[in-house]
Write a protein that binds this ligand. Structure first.
Ligand code: UDX
Length: 439
């Protein structure tokens, strides 16, 4: 099938490459000429394991090209995927400017019927609005059918998720459009769920809100565990054995970040508000997450004066295997540390370049974990990169001036921490203090 994907951000790019891999002829369109040219040269502007190789393979087989030329992008496709950004506005609602621009372009450039598939996460009712816009902009009797096909890819495992998703949601009341999408996705052999357009839109928000709620719930339990001397790792494991609960998204830490959960939870509160529903539970999920991001530095302040101290910040991306800094807990943590008067030395294997753009300029960068830890008075583990999880704890004791370790991702077992002479404070577990530690 001939497919055009509008927007080559994270979702658009993985979708374009994935669809090309399963045999379709795909054009990735981006308004940014530099980005389109970069992709056309075979370079991947984001860090996503496996994507560059797959992209290369599809390009060599001639099934994938990138362009910033609208005429070319809209000339032939049977299916147009909208994967442009819907960034949050100041009030938390989604900004639909880019989507509306795409509708105008479709009307302007397309002279044949097509199915328009919305991948971007949009508030309930938006696809009906898109349908209306397309009808208004369509020229000379062309007809467009809109389908909501929400995306559930996780960053860092996007390629794997594309081929192994739990379900593909197809929201439309048009049988012909639904059939076309069934055909498109058939090579993946994944479960398809057909529903109406508004329910499909809601599935995306409800799924992300539920997962965010699971994280805030376990984080709250971890805060109580610390006070009643229970161990969050055992508690989460024991809970997860119940198949009704399941073991996933029960990892306590310093809160969720990224491009989806913070944005979509706030947007859903807004969506509910518009129909006079006060979504109290979700508001609490968001508030708990904000508090959780601040909890690590708060714990450190209880045991040491941060002013003038050298603080190593280990991991900056919002989670491992991505260079994405959007809503990363490291943003809040770096700011708190600087505010408290500490010198911050940060390290991340992939996100440092992006971090330089968003972290305060006083933050310094190390080129290795060891360099960040050398002479540090306190270390904060923020992202559980394999490299960080695998770093022997002995190195903290050897390299740091004072081995005070605040682990926001529970990277080490307490038994392991007990074997070293350091102060080790993690999430939802008892604190371990070595025999020579003064605090
Ligand atoms: C998420 C959804 O999983 C995906 O389906 C959707 O399409 C986009 O949003 P993503 O943001 O890439 O994907 O990452 P995910 O792996 O879900 O993690 C989100 C955040 O939650 C990260 O900050 C992670 O550290 C945190 N998290 C996740 C926890 O703190 N504990 C957990 O148990 C799981």
């Amino acid at each position: 099938m001939k497919v055009t994907v509008i927007g080559t951000g994270y979702v658009g790019l993985v979708t374009a490459v994935g669809l090309a891999k399963i045999g379709h002829t795909v054009i990735g369109y981006d308004v940014d000429p530099r980005k389109a040219a970069l992709l056309q040269r075979g370079e991947v502007p984001i860090y996503e394991p496996g994507l560059a190789e797959l992209m290369q393979e599809c390009r060599q087989e001639g099934r994938l090209l990138f362009t910033d030329e609208a005429e070319l992008a809209y000339r032939e496709p049977e299916l147009v995927f909208i994967a442009v950004g819907t960034p949050p506005k100041a009030d938390g609602s989604a900004d639909l400017t880019y989507i509306e621009q795409v509708c105008r372009d479709i009307g302007r450039y397309m002279d044949h019927d097509a199915v328009v598939v919305t991948k971007s996460t949009v508030p309930v009712g938006t696809n009906d609005h898109i349908q209306g816009l397309l009808q208004a902009y369509a020229r000379g009797g062309t007809a467009f059918t809109v389908v909501s096909n929400p995306e559930f890819l996780r960053e860092g495992t996007g390629v794997h998720d594309f081929f192994n998703g739990d379900r593909i949601v197809i929201g439309t009341s048009c049988d012909r459009a639904a059939g076309l999408l069934e055909e498109l996705y058939a090579p993946l052999g994944l479960p398809l769920f057909h529903t109406d357009i508004r329910s499909a839109e809601m599935i995306k928000y409800a799924s992300n809100a539920f997962l965010a709620a699971k994280i805030s719930f376990i984080n709250e339990i971890s805060n109580i565990c610390e006070k009643v001397d229970a161990d969050i790792e055992s508690v989460a494991f024991g809970m997860g054995l119940d198949r009704r609960i399941g073991p996933q998204f029960l990892k306590a830490g310093i809160g969720y970040g990224g491009s989806c959960f913070p944005k979509d939870t706030k947007a859903l509160v807004q969506i509910a508000g518009h129909v006079q529903h006060d979504f109290q539970l979700l508001k609490a999920v968001i508030e708990v997450n904000n508090k959780q991001q601040a909890s690590l530095v708060k714990k450190a302040k209880e045991v040491l004066e941060l002013k003038g101290k050298r603080a190593a910040l280990l991991g900056l991306a919002f989670k491992p295997n991505t260079d994405d800094m959007r809503e990363a807990p490291s943003l809040a943590i770096a700011e708190q540390l600087l505010e408290a008067g500490a010198d911050v030395i940060a390290y991340d294997p992939e996100a440092a370049e992006n971090a330089r753009r968003v972290l305060p300029e006083q933050v310094q960068y190390a080129s290795s974990l060891q360099e960040a830890l050398q002479g540090a008075d306190v270390a904060f583990i923020v992202t559980e990169w394999a490299e960080i999880v695998e770093l022997p704890l002995s190195q903290y004791a050897e390299l740091m001036r004072e081995p005070l370790v605040f682990d926001g991702r529970n990277c080490y077992s307490l038994e392991e921490a007990g074997r070293h002479d350091l102060y080790y404070c993690s999430i939802g577990r008892r604190t371990v203090a070595g025999h020579t530690m003064s605090i």
